[in-house]
Design a protein around this ligand. Sequence first.
Ligand code: 6PG
Length: 246
Amino acid sequence: MGDMEVAVEVDAAGVASVASERIAGVLRSAVARRGSGCLALSGGNTPRATYTLLGRRTDVDWSRVDVFWVDERAVPPDHDRSNYRAAKGTLLDAARLPAERVHRMPAEQADLARAAADYAALVAQRVPRGASGAPAFDAMVLGMGDDGHTASLFPGEPAVLVTDRFVADVPASGSREARLTLTTPVIQAATAAFVLLEGAAKRGPLQRAWAASGDPRETPIRVVRGCKGTVVWIADRAAAESLRIE
Ligand code: 6PG
């Protein structure tokens, strides 16, 4: 296991401020060291404010940062549930990311297994490998659903156990659309993973995530406890005050 850090901020603005500062720092040092950086973005509501602050930062050479997605919903890129669209409106346009550095997950494609394999090949080609052999993103933004899911690894579904591919397709379930998602080995290879958490609804699943024992098939966010790099949990008080990692 790598390093775990926890930052508990007063509110959502504090979460965004700390997260954007830390992510910018990691990207700056990757660019200084290697000439480029790799960032993987989650969807959901929580990271939007962080992306907005990141998009305003001029201390990162965004022309040298490759942006990928942690997961994407099976909707067109202009759909209001598109994770690509959320990042474009907050971060990508403001930071003027060059189009060739923006690697959208094409989850609207009919053949999702094929789309997953193609995206895995792209990630394998563009992202340097870590010690485990999986691509190691410099910075990965993660969230956690109220049910303890992260990325599109949902409780009780098999995707969290996939280790033979870098990207998996996740079938639709109930009202939830199908997804593409990075898999556990890629999440665990991240050099720095930032888990953003806001609101009282995250408290129960966070307690399960931080308990000494538990099953990632029931609480998939627990996969980050197997990260080789640094995991930075950045939460507001409602989500995390008085909780402790066991
Ligand atoms: C997605 C996500 C997902 C998200 C959590 C938390 O596309 O749905 O990547 O894993 O991070 O559901 O979402 P909120 O930030 O909206 O609570």
